[in-house]
Design a protein around this ligand. Sequence first.
Ligand code: TPP
Length: 376
Amino acid sequence: MTKVLASAQDPMFGLFRVIQDDATLDPAYAAHFSDALLERMYREVLRLRVLDERMLVIQRQGRIGFYGEVKGQEATPIATGLALEADDWIFPALREGAAMLVRGFDLSTYIAQCYGNSCDVNKGRQMPSHYSGRAVNQVSWSSCIGPQVPQAVGVAWAMKLQKKPQIAVGFLGDGATSQADFHNAMNFAAVFKVPCVIICQNNHWAISVPSKAQTAAPTFASKAIAYGMPGVRVDGNDVCAVYWAIREAAARARRGEGPTFIESVTYRIGAHSSSDDPSRYRDEAEVQQWRERDPLDRMRRVMSARGLLTEGAHEVLAAQLDDEIKAAIAVVEQGHQPQRESIFEDVYASLPWHLREQREELLATAPAVTHGGATH
Ligand SMILES: Cc1ncc(C[n+]2csc(CCOP(=O)(O)OP(=O)(O)O)c2C)c(N)n1
């Protein structure tokens, strides 16, 4: 079966790439990538890398309690933010939150999510690195593995029923393909032909479990066959390829042709999260092999090959972005802990009697000791 189906030309078994080994773009797609678009891609990937490094330092200093690194996987969130329309729905997992930055969400408000203080739109009710923004139609990940995919499919179905033009994009990791939610969502999406794109970032590890332990299928993309939808296996470290795959899938969804499943083949260079030590379960030689396919380096080489990046400009831009990030952090650290009674807000239009009682009881007790800024 595998042998009959598998062919490098087949989108589910090959690896779709746009950036070639010599850092030029595949001539079949090059015309779609203007200098301005490439510059934007490069800048956003670099900003996310610098942000990640800065946030990890802050976590290690105890200024935030947790952080989920994206390092090595920047191509997918950045391509997502650039490929979609401004009001399409995004349901990220742990490593796609930054798509909302690309869509114009304020940097300090984004960072504030990790502090959970008064600058945070969620008022500190969500774990760090679980970004969301109503203004950009991005819905928070719930930390459970998988449920954001049926949620995305549900919203896509709603868009279809309401005859709205928006589509929904739901993300999951390779580990989450072993969850029932993935299968429920894939089946429902295809049967009801909903306008959505389901993207699996195959970063090769689900904490300490390697991706080969998740499935006996030859590729994750090939799972699309059984559900009756197109599958695409794309080089997840090639920003241009991921962008193009999402553009095509989104256009297909908008034409009413139903869902597409994309496997974005990438690698988690960093730890699973700030609570993880990957040296305990994986070989450094493997990590080194993937460092050589780093999405930022590849984008940087594209820029140089195209004459868009002069000597030393990368370092200057990285320093400038780091300054912007540090300034945004300084704004967030001016914040204070959210008002404790805010735990009663934003769920009920009118507070039920038992919660009113609890609120009064809380307010009658001495306030908790507050210290500005960090919550952990
Ligand atoms: C339902 C559920 N089971 C287990 C966990 C614990 N857990 C947190 S992250 C994770 C691995 C997720 O791996 P993957 O889906 O590949 O995504 P990645 O973190 O690699 O991006 C697990 C098992 C959880 N959060 N939720």
